[in-house]
Design a protein around this ligand. Structure first.
Ligand code: MN
Length: 720
C-alpha cells in the first residue's frame, strides 16, 4: 500500500513549495470518511485514493489535482456532500471532485448511441476543467491494475469500457505511457487466452530476443558515437496489445509475428534525428512504405518521431523510432507534459491550440441532434485513423485519414473520379490533393472527357482510387505508345521514300507484325513506342537490303515529337503525359536544360543536359528527343547535394538553418567522416527550380567551414 509520505516525497521533488498542509488535510479527511470501508482486494479502501494520488504526483501535476486524487471518491462512496468538500477545501477542489463523481455515474454500455452520449458528457466535463479527466484517468488506471479482484463479468465490462472509452481519450490526450498500460491490462482481462499464449511465445524466445536487442543496441550506439551524435538507445519488446492487434489486422498466426522488437534512439535535436535516420539507413535497408515522418507532420495529439523499419543482414525486421528528449517526453506524458505544476492553466482557453478540437466538439454536439452523427465526429478525433465526410445530400462516407478529394470522387463513381477537375469542400474551392477532415461536405466538380493524372497516385489513399487510376493510365499509355510507335515508323519509312499508309493498306505491316510475334498491327506499334523494337528492325523486314544500306549514313536527328511530360510536373511539348519519367541519375530540376531519351521498354526518360550518362556510349543519340519544361509553381523536386566540410561542432545546425532560411525541406541526411577532420554530408532537398537550388548552394558556400558544395549526378552503368 502506498503511504502518504511517499506522495509528499514525490511532490517535493518537483515542487518544493507545494502546499503540503492542504494535502495532509485531504488525506486525513479521506481516511476519516472512508474509515471501515474495504476494497475487494481486502485492503482498506484508503489504499485506492492513495494510489490514485500517487499516479497524479508521478505525472507531476499540481497540488490541487493530487488532493483531488485523495478525495475523488468521498462524494460518491461516503455520506460527504459537495458543500462539505467546498467548505473544507474550497471551490476548485469541490468542482473537480464533483466532476469526477458525475463521470462515475455515467452508465456505460456498449450501444453506440449511449456511448456517444457518455463521451459527450466526459468531454463537457473536460472543458470545465481538464483536471477532472486527468483524475478520472488515474482512477481508472488504478482500478485496472486491481481488476483481478472483480468477478469475471465485471472484469470484462470494465476492461471493455476501458478499451472503448478511456484508451481513445487517453490517446487523444497524447498520454502514451498510460495508454500502453491500459491496453495491456484490458487485453489481459478481455482475451486471457490470447494474452497468455502471446506472452508465452515471447517468453520462450526471450534469450534470443535479448541477445538481438543487445547486439542491435550496440551497433546503434557505436555508429551514433562515430558520427558524433549524442543519443540514448533503447531496445524493447513491443506492447503486447499492439502485437495482438497486428495479428488481427494482418490475419496472421502467432508464429508469423516476428517483428515484435523495437528500438528507440533519443537525441538532442531534430537535426540529429534526421542525421541518425541517415546513419541507420546506411546500416540496414529500410522498408520504404514503413517510413513515417511525424516530426515534419506531428499527429493531432502532438506526437512527434521518425519511424522506420529496417531489415538486418540476417533478415530480421525491426522498427526504430527516432526522437528528441523533448518529443519523447510528450510521447509518454502527453498533455501532462504541457502543463507544469506551477502554471494554473487547467481550464482550456481560446489560446490553447491543443484544445481547439475540444471546443469544436462541444459546439458540434450542440448542433447535432443525431447521436450517431456525433459518434462519427468523435471517432475522427478519438480514433485517429478514420475520417467521416458527407456528400452534398448528406450521405456519410468514411475514409482512412489522409484521404483526399480524389478518393472521395472515386468512392462515389469511377467516372466521377476520372472526370474530377476540382472540388468544393464546405462551399470553398480546394486543390485536389486536399486531405479531407471530419464533417467536410464534399462536392465534386467534373469536366467531361477529362482524365486522371499520374500525379494523383502520389496522394490518393484508398486502394479503389489507386486501382481505377492505374487502369485508366495503362489504357492511355497503350494508346500513346501506339501513336508514338506509328510516328517513329512513319519517319523512318519517309527517309526511304515509303509511306506507312500504303504499307498498311497493302497489309504488309500486319505481315511483319505477325512475323515478329505480334497479334495485330497495334501491338507492333506499341512495341515500337515503348522502344522494345526499333524502326530499323521493322524496316529490314519490309524493304530489300540494298534500299536500306544507302540510307544508313548518319543524319542528325530533327526534333521527333515534342512531347509533354506530366509525370512529376515536367512537361514535354506536343503531346501530354505518360511514358515519361525522370532519370534517377540526375533528377533534373525546372529551369535547367533537359533532354529526353527513348528507352527500350520504359518510355522516355528525362535527363539533365549535363548528365554524365548522356555522354555514355550506351546512349544512342538517335533516341534522344527534345523535351521542355512546363512549370508548376506548387511542385518541388528532389535533388541531392553533397557538402564537403570541416568537421567541427555546430556545423550541422548551421547548414540545416541555412537551408531552412531558403524555405527548403530536407528529406534525408547522410553523413560520412573523411580523413583529416573533414566530413561529407549528403542532403536530399526539395527545390522548386534551378534558381532555388543556386540560392541554396551559394548560401551553403557562404558558411565558414564549408569547403565545397556540389550537386550529385550519379553515374549509372545501365541506360535509364
Ligand atoms: Mn475511484
Amino acid at each position: 500500500m502506498i503511504r502518504f509520505e511517499d506522495i509528499v516525497e514525490e511532490i517535493l521533488r518537483y515542487n518544493p513549495e507545494a502546499d503540503i498542509d492542504l494535502l495532509r488535510r485531504a488525506y486525513i479527511f479521506s481516511a476519516r470518511e472512508h474509515r471501515g470501508q474495504v476494497r475487494l482486494s481486502g485492503e482498506p479502501y484508503l489504499s485506492h485514493p492513495l494510489a490514485v494520488a500517487k499516479i497524479l504526483a508521478d505525472k507531476r501535476l499540481d497540488v490541487i489535482s493530487v488532493a483531488v486524487g485523495l478525495l475523488h471518491d468521498v462524494i460518491e462512496d461516503t455520506l460527504t456532500t459537495r458543500e462539505e468538500v467546498e467548505s473544507y477545501f474550497g471551490a476548485d477542489i469541490a468542482n473537480i471532485v464533483a466532476g469526477v463523481t458525475k463521470i462515475s455515474k455515467i452508465p456505460f454500455t456498449s450501444q453506440e448511441e449511449i456511448q456517444a452520449e457518455n463521451l459527450r458528457k466526459m468531454i463537457l466535463a473536460m472543458v470545465d476543467d481538464i483536471r477532472v479527466i486527468l483524475v478520472k484517468i488515474a482512477d481508472r488506471l488504478h482500478n485496472m491494475r486491481t481488476l483481478q479482484f472483480h468477478n469475471p463479468e465485471q472484469q470484462e465490462r470494465i476492461a471493455r469500457e476501458t478499451l472503448d472509452i478511456y484508451v481513445p481519450l487517453v490517446n487523444r490526450l497524447g498520454m502514451g505511457k498510460i495508454k500502453n498500460e491500459l491496453e495491456y491490462l484490458a487485453f489481459l482481462h478481455l482475451y486471457p487466452e490470447n494474452f497468455q499464449s502471446l506472452k508465452n511465445k515471447i517468453e520462450k524466445e526471450k534469450k534470443v530476443s535479448q541477445g538481438f536487442i543487445k547486439k542491435i543496441t550496440r551497433i546503434l550506439e557505436t555508429n551514433m558515437r562515430k558520427n558524433k551524435i549524442s543519443a540514448k538507445v533503447e531496445g524493447r519488446v513491443k506492447n503486447l496489445y499492439s502485437i495482438y492487434q497486428k495479428i488481427l489486422r494482418q490475419k496472421i498466426s502467432l508464429d508469423e509475428v516476428y517483428d515484435y522488437i523495437a528500438f528507440r534512439v533519443i537525441t538532442n535535436s531534430a537535426g540529429d534525428c534526421y542525421a541518425a535516420l541517415g546513419i541507420i539507413h546506411n546500416l540496414w535497408s529500410p522498408i520504404p512504405e514503413r517510413f513515417k515522418d511525424y516530426i515534419a507532420m506531428p499527429k493531432p495529439n502532438k506526437y512527434q518521431s521518425l519511424h522506420t523499419s529496417v531489415i538486418s543482414k540476417e533478415g530480421s525486421v525491426f522498427e526504430i523510432q527516432i526522437r528528441t528528449k523533448e518529443m519523447h517526453k510528450i510521447a509518454e506524458e502527453g498533455i501532462a507534459a504541457h502543463w507544469k505544476y506551477k502554471e494554473k492553466k487547467f481550464i482550456p482557453t481560446a489560446e490553447d491550440q491543443e484544445f481547439l478540437w475540444l471546443r469544436q466538439m462541444v459546439e458540434w454536439q450542440q448542433e447535432v441532434k443525431d447521436p450517431r452523427e456525433f459518434m462519427h465526429s468523435l471517432k475522427v478525433d478519438l480514433y485517429q485513423d478514420e475520417v467521416y465526410t458527407f456528400t452534398p445530400k448528406g450521405m456519410v462516407k468514411s475514409f482512412p485519414r489522409g484521404a483526399t478529394v480524389i478518393d472521395f470522387a472515386y468512392s462515389i463513381h469511377t467516372e466521377l473520379g476520372h472526370q474530377c477537375v476540382g472540388a468544393r469542400v464546405n462551399g470553398k474551392l480546394v486543390p485536389l490533393k486536399t486531405a479531407l477532415k471530419n464533417g467536410d461536405i464534399v462536392e465534386i466538380i467534373t469536366s467531361p472527357g477529362h482524365g486522371p493524372s499520374r500525379d494523383w497516385l502520389v496522394f490518393v489513399k484508398t486502394s479503389r482510387a489507386r486501382s481505377k487510376i492505374k487502369q485508366w493510365l495503362n489504357r492511355k499509355e497503350r494508346e500513346r505508345s501506339i501513336e508514338l510507335g506509328k510516328k517513329l515508323l512513319e519517319k523512318e519509312l519517309k527517309r526511304h521514300h515509303h509511306s506507312l499508309k500504303k504499307l498498311l493498306s497493302k497489309g504488309e505491316i500486319r505481315e511483319v507484325a505477325s512475323q515478329l510475334g505480334h497479334l495485330q498491327e497495334n501491338d507492333l506499334f506499341s512495341a515500337l513506342g515503348y522502344g522494345n523494337l526499333s524502326p530499323r528492325q521493322v524496316l529490314s523486314r519490309l524493304l530489300p537490303p540494298e534500299e536500306l544500306e544507302e540510307k544508313e549514313a548518319f543524319q542528325p536527328l530533327p526534333p521527333l515529337v515534342r512531347r509533354k511530360l506530366v509525370e512529376k510536373k515536367v512537361l514535354v511539348k506536343g503531346h501530354d503525359d505518360l511514358l515519361t519519367y525522370f532519370a534517377r541519375c540526375c533528377n533534373p530540376i525546372p529551369g535547367e536544360r533537359i533532354i529526353g531519351y527513348i528507352t527500350r521498354n520504359r518510355g522516355i526518360s528525362v535527363h539533365s543536359a549535363d548528365c554524365p550518362n548522356l555522354m555514355n556510349l550506351l546512349y544512342d543519340t538517335a533516341r534522344m528527343i527534345e523535351v521542355e519544361w512546363e512549370l508548376d509553381k506548387d511542385h518541388s523536386y528532389p535533388v541531392e547535394v553533397s557538402i564537403y566540410l570541416e568537421d567541427r561542432p555546430g556545423m550541422l545546425a548551421k547548414i540545416t538553418s541555412a537551408i531552412a532560411n531558403q524555405k527548403t525541406n530536407i528529406k534525408n541526411i547522410t553523413q560520412k567522416e573523411v580523413e583529416g577532420k573533414k566530413a561529407l554530408l549528403n542532403l536530399l532537398l526539395e527545390v522548386k527550380d534551378i534558381q532555388h537550388l543556386r540560392k541554396i548552394v551559394s548560401s551553403l558556400r557562404g558558411i565558414k567551414g564549408v569547403i565545397e558544395v556540389k550537386r550529385v549526378l550519379r553515374q549509372t552503368l545501365a541506360v535509364s
